[in-house]
Design a protein around this ligand. Structure first.
Ligand code: CA
Length: 227
């Protein structure tokens, strides 16, 4: 899951970013409205965390632009503005949630989990496929109860597959949802990470569940033993 944080207070920005990265999210940061709109136009974010008092644009105007670009975009407003009127304006303009500073990081994490789950209609914090269990809170994979150590990127790829079990996933989608914008596209090519991920899963599961439909994309498939 890939997030964008828009926040001009450097200390707060870096602490939120670090905290969410430790939760396993891929996080991009913007320090003003222009930068936020530029990044949102260039990348695909699963959620934007938006401050309202920004040095160049007012956050609600950034929100208007974001929803004009993508009407389904999820935006969580995180602001010192506690007035009911501001909250109503934000929600009317398409924000998915509104949190007032100061805030508890644990509450921010919980609300983000809720918003991302809501968008993928996942009710449980554990995603499963066959004997694989992925805990979205701990960011850990077990297969038949045995833990499998994955890197951050492998985890992001696997989670995207588990959330999209019913469809073909393209390499472009993986790039958009499981990569942060600072990543070097060459050394971080999708195929390299996929290969390692498949190998690690196969070592425990006994087969590779990530299949490739040449020229179209990837999908999860259980090992069906035919008689
Ligand atoms: Ca601010």
């Amino acid at each position: 899951m890939r997030l964008l944080i828009v926040e001009d207070e450097a200390g707060l920005l870096s602490s939120i970013k670090r905290g969410l990265e430790m939760d396993g999210y891929l996080v991009d940061a913007a320090v003003n409205g222009e930068q936020a709109l530029y990044l949102a136009g260039a990348e695909m974010y699963d959620l934007v965390i938006l401050d309202l008092n920004l040095p160049d644009l007012f956050g609600l105007d950034v929100l208007k632009e974001l929803t004009a670009m993508d009407e389904n975009i999820k935006v969580l407003i995180l602001t010192a503005h506690s007035e009911l009127e501001m909250k109503i304006r934000g929600l009317d303009l398409g924000a998915s949630d509104y949190m007032v500073k100061p805030f508890h990081f644990e509450e921010l994490e919980a609300r983000i989990r809720m918003l991302l789950r809501r968008s993928f209609v996942v009710e449980k914090p554990v995603l499963s496929f066959g004997p694989m269990r992925f805990d979205t809170v701990k960011r850990s994979l077990t297969i038949n109860g045995e833990p499998v150590a994955l890197t951050k990127k492998e985890t992001a790829i696997l989670e995207y597959f588990l959330l999209n079990q019913e469809k073909l996933v393209t390499a472009e989608e993986l790039m958009a949802h499981a990569w942060d914008s600072e990543a070097d596209e060459f050394s971080n090519s999708v195929r390299v990470h996929l290969t390692v991920l498949r190998r690690k899963i196969k070592a425990v599961l006994g087969y590779n569940p990530i299949c490739n439909k040449v020229g179209e994309g990837y999908y999860l498939k259980e090992n069906t033993v035919e008689q």
